[in-house]
Design a protein around this ligand. Structure first.
Ligand code: ADP
Ligand code: MG
Length: 623
């Protein structure tokens, strides 16, 4: 019988292995920028087109490579950074596996230009799907320049797997920041589709954070500095009152490598104890320097997790260091924080003695024991369905069963049968609510509207109702109708964090369609010339901030299409909220507009908007 087992050709093996290292454009940026840093560069420039799908270019002024090394660099397991397995435990460079360039070259069209300082001519290599296409001497500046074109051109399945440009760009920025934050001695520039997203001159760590996250960060930062025999800690934490509702900027680096560790994150967060509200997240940028022999960075191919020899001691040291900084800041707030005006969180008792951190580890202590409270259900108001509440009769029950089945009322997923049922109920309500039968409206708790219809009683969640109305309206506008723009009398300049700025520029064309007119003013600043007609009750800054928060929040919600997500974000940023008092006229208007909607019964995310009780049900209650 013929032999079945064959060795895979190199280019196939490379393609498969590439999947481990290169998942998306952001992975390419990470690998190339790390290489540039390992090469001792002081300036790194990154140019991207179409979120890296078309072009990623990384240029550095590092040591460069000679002709042989340039060729070798694309071989699998070719590295100048380690010589033996033992070296892994002394590692101070970013890379060491010698896999990145081989992987990238397997799945893209790559052009390398590189020249060493002392060399007159450099080398240019073109490689595509692991095949060298050309190699020649070339005039080029000192250092190395990689251009990666058409990522995944030969692996269409992987290319299709890529997300929208905005999601990929977000990943790129995240990877970029993880390197830029820890290498403040290196100058970086990141350009996307001709927009300069980041221009970071070399400087100290505080300057780097401020350059990235905006000037307002300067006064939020509290330094952390601690040296022990096990680890040195330095960096910044944010004052408790600047904690965020989203797990935003939390950066922990070990030996200049970004890592994720729930355990050590807990050490930091728990130091804030009662200083921050439950459900808030402190911002931090902390750097840990430990003996390379005491960690194993070799456990994950993309290397954001590492194993520590003595994690418990590290926990205690970090926790104490953060507590100490918080304590110092509370005890001596005038040291460099004169500007506090509104410190609402109860300060640590000033008589509490602040001790130097000591490594005394309670071996039985498990930081995860304290069970955290369950789902927060942020802002979701729902009507209790059990005891004490009227139970819908059979007919209505049937209708509601249909609604329940109809868990994901995404516009495109509405199946015909369900649609008919929906319409049946819709009709019932319509018959009842047209011709000003939405007469008496009562607002409960400034959140729900109760109204009578011929056949019973309606309860409506005002926030969700308005969200539904605006969602459908924005969706229509995004689907190519003429937007209604309300010009701003005094166009407002708004400075954003670079990440927000990048996100906003990316979606600006769609926003334009939805009636939001913004102009790029450069320097992380935009000018809002017009807002959607629906949202004029808000000021432009609040609207943009809320919109960005929404957009960041929904990014990973794969059930909604990009356009639906944007419509939802716009709706949420513009809509009236629970807790807002409404006049009789406003309530009537809201109900009227709700019943004009295609799917009035559900919020865009599938939560009920209307609850109905028939007269029969009500009558039964009084039996
Ligand atoms: P690793 O970084 O793990 O060594 P890579 O595949 O990323 O593996 O790179 C292979 C080798 O190519 C590196 O070890 C280094 O010698 C060389 N190299 C890569 N990028 C650069 C660069 N920007 N400047 C100088 N040398 C580089
Ligand atoms: Mg590398």
């Amino acid at each position: 019988m013929a032999n079945l087992i064959q060795l895979l050709p190199d280019h196939v093996a490379n393609q498969i292995a590439a999947g481990e290292v290169i998942q998306r454009p952001a992975s390419v940026i990470k690998e190339l920028v790390e290489n540039a840093i390992d090469a001792g560069s002081s300036e790194v420039k990154i140019i991207i087109k179409d979120a890296g799908k078309t072009l990623i270019q990384v240029m550095d002024n590092g040591c460069g490579m000679n002709e042989t090394d340039a060729r070798m660099s694309f071989e699998r397991h070719a590295t100048s950074k380690i010589r033996s397995a033992d070296d892994i435990f002394k590692i101070l460079t970013k890379g060491f596996r010698g896999e990145a360039l081989a992987s990238i070259a397997a799945i893209a069209q790559v052009e390398l230009k590189t020249r060493q300082f002392e060399a007159e001519l450099g080398t240019k290599i073109t490689i595509e799907g692991s095949q060298i296409k050309a190699q020649e001497p070339a005039q080029c500046s000192q250092g190395t320049s990689f251009a990666i074109k058409n990522l995944f051109f030969n692996t269409p399945a992987r290319r299709n797997f890529l997300k929208t440009d905005i999601v990929e760009l977000k990943h790129i920025i995240e990877e970029f920041l993880r390197v830029a934050l820890v290498h403040n001695e290196v100058g970086f520039k990141l350009t996307h589709n001709d927009n300069d997203l980041f221009s970071l001159p070399s400087g100290n760590m505080r300057q780097r954070v401020v350059n990235i996250f905006g000037k307002t960060f300067n006064e939020k930062l509290v330094p952390v500095e601690q040296e022990t025999s096990i680890a040195n800690i330095h960096g910044f934490i944010c004052k408790p009152q600047h904690s965020k509702k989203t797990r935003g900027e939390q950066y922990l680096f070990v030996n200049k490598r970004f890592i994720k560790s729930n355990y050590l994150n807990h050490a930091i967060v728990s130091a804030y104890d009662d200083l921050i509200e439950k459900g808030s997240f402190p911002t931090y940028f902390l750097h840990l320097d430990v003996d390379p022999a005491s960690i194993d960075i070799n456990i994950h191919p993309t290397k954001t997790e590492i194993k520590f020899q003595d994690e418990k001691s590290l926990y205690a040291i970090i926790n104490a260091a953060v507590k100490q900084s918080l304590g110092m800041y509370n005890v001596a707030p005038s040291l460099d924080f004169e500007s506090i005006t509104n410190f609402e969180i109860s300060p640590v008792n000033s008589r509490t003695e602040i001790k130097m951190p000591q490594i005394s580890v309670d071996t039985t202590y498990n930081p995860f024991d304290r069970s955290t409270s369950g789902g927060r259900g942020a802002g979701s108001v729902s009507i209790p369905s059990s005891s004490g509440v009227l139970k819908p009769s059979r007919d209505w029950e049937d209708l509601r069963n249909v609604q329940r089945e109809f868990q994901m009322p995404l516009e495109r997923e509405v199946r015909n049968a369900e649609e008919e049922q929906e319409q049946a109920q819709q009709k019932l309500i319509e018959e009842d609510t047209t011709e000003k039968s939405v007469g008496i409206c009562i607002q409960l708790n400034n959140s729900f509207i109760v109204s009578n219809i011929k056949s019973g009683l309606l309860m409506i969640d005002q926030q969700r109702a308005h969200e539904r109305i605006l969602f459908e309206r924005f969706l229509k506008q995004l689907n190519n109708q003429h937007p209604l723009v309300q010009s701003q009398l005094f166009p407002e300049h708004i400075e954003l964090s670079p990440l927000d700025y990048a996100l906003l520029l990316e979606i600006a064309p769609s926003l334009e369609q939805a009636g939001l007119s913004i102009e790029n003013f450069g320097n992380n600043t935009i000018v809002v010339n017009g807002l959607p007609a629906e949202s004029t009750q808000l000021n432009a800054k609040a609207f943009i901030e809320s919109l960005l928060e929404q957009i960041k929040h929904h990014r990973n919600d794969s059930k909604l299409e990009a356009r639906e997500k944007l419509a939802l974000s716009l709706a949420r940023s513009s809509g009236i909220k629970a807790g807002k008092k409404l006049s009789q006229r406003e309530m009537e208007q809201l109900l009227h507009e709700l019943f004009m909607c295609e799917i009035p019964n559900y919020s865009p995310k599938g939560k009920p908007v209307i609850v109905t009780f028939t007269s029969d049900e009500l009558a039964k209650k009084f039996d």
